[in-house]
Design a protein around this ligand. Sequence first.
Ligand SMILES: Nc1ncnc2c1ncn2[C@@H]1O[C@H](COP(=O)(O)OP(=O)(O)OP(=O)(O)O)[C@@H](O)[C@H]1O
Ligand code: SF4
Ligand SMILES: [Mg+2]
Length: 350
Amino acid sequence: MPPPALEPVTTDGEVLLTVEDLHVHFFTEQGELPAVDGVSFSIKRGRTLALVGESGCGKSVTAHAILRLIPKPGRIVRGRMVLYSRRAGIIDIAALDEGDDPLYQVRGGLVSMIFQEPMTALSPVHTVGSQISEAILLHREVTAATARRMGIDMLRRVGVAAPERRYDQFPHEISGGMRQRAVIAMALVCNPELLIADEPTTALDMTTQAQILGLIKAFQRDTGCSVLFITHDLGVVAQTADDIAVMYLGRIVEHGNVRDILKRPGHPYTQGLLRSLPSLNTGDRLAAIPGAVPSLTAIPAGCGFHPRCPHARTGLCDIGGAPALRALAPGHSVACVRAEEIAVGNNHAG
Ligand SMILES: Nc1ncnc2c1ncn2[C@@H]1O[C@H](COP(=O)(O)OP(=O)(O)OP(=O)(O)O)[C@@H](O)[C@H]1O
Ligand code: SF4
Ligand SMILES: [Mg+2]
């Protein structure tokens, strides 16, 4: 099936992907749970968008939707996801059916993903190399010998020492850091236009974490690919991202340029995330956000963040629907009904 004819969402040729009003619901015994509840963002060519937020806010579900990998009982109930691919033209990913050629192209190399759990991305019963070669052979018409050479080259590029030997080893025979590099090699070997990295450095030591971030950056510099970088850690965002989208309870509550948001966060949730970063000196968390992310079965009325928000006003923040994203400054949007007042207060305070 050819890509569907679409009005471009934007005339900006530099945009690679736009996600518009995406809703992903899980149909469970507890009811219909809106894990992603009207998410919109775009990713520019060659740039990195960080998707941040606490556990359970919908980051991975958003990423899986882009690859149409939402497991049952989940379903995309609304929204568009348009990829402006240089190789394959315009593809509305949300409109594709399983088995459509463009979906095969999207999964087969236009978009690739470093999954959150590296061990689940690797099969324990096959060698590292055979899994990388399989990824190559699935999408490229090359001989097995060429796939082997490409796989070893890619392992070398992602910093695996003695790649010829590692190639023939099983995942349990190599260290956690090596395994994560092997998973990254699998994601990069198809030369994606969009790389989705879902918490690629969680559970790695600081040195390995810095190396992994460095090699994603180097790949991006070499190929011009875009990156959707998912993390709950605003600390790594400053080093990796151009833009940030902050998610809370399935919605984007703040969106903009990384420097603006880290310097002048507009949403009380983003402010809380920044305050809860571990201190550089002591490693202690200075001020954790009180409470926890509510369950999707009990989403608060009004602003979903109001039970935890130090600026919440009864009768204003706890009624009606969730606040919409509004521009606080050019290129900087915030979903908070009190955003302007809070910004003025912060300026006076600081
Ligand atoms: N298969 C499923 N069935 C029901 N609910 C699900 C399913 N998968 C995810 N969810 C729910 O969707 C919400 C978003 O989950 P998601 O995995 O996207 O969070 P996340 O932001 O990636 O969190 P983390 O930082 O822990 O990875 C959560 O409330 C989760 O419980
Ligand atoms: S809308 Fe109200 S509760 Fe929500 S973040 Fe803004 S001030 Fe806090
Ligand atoms: Mg996740």
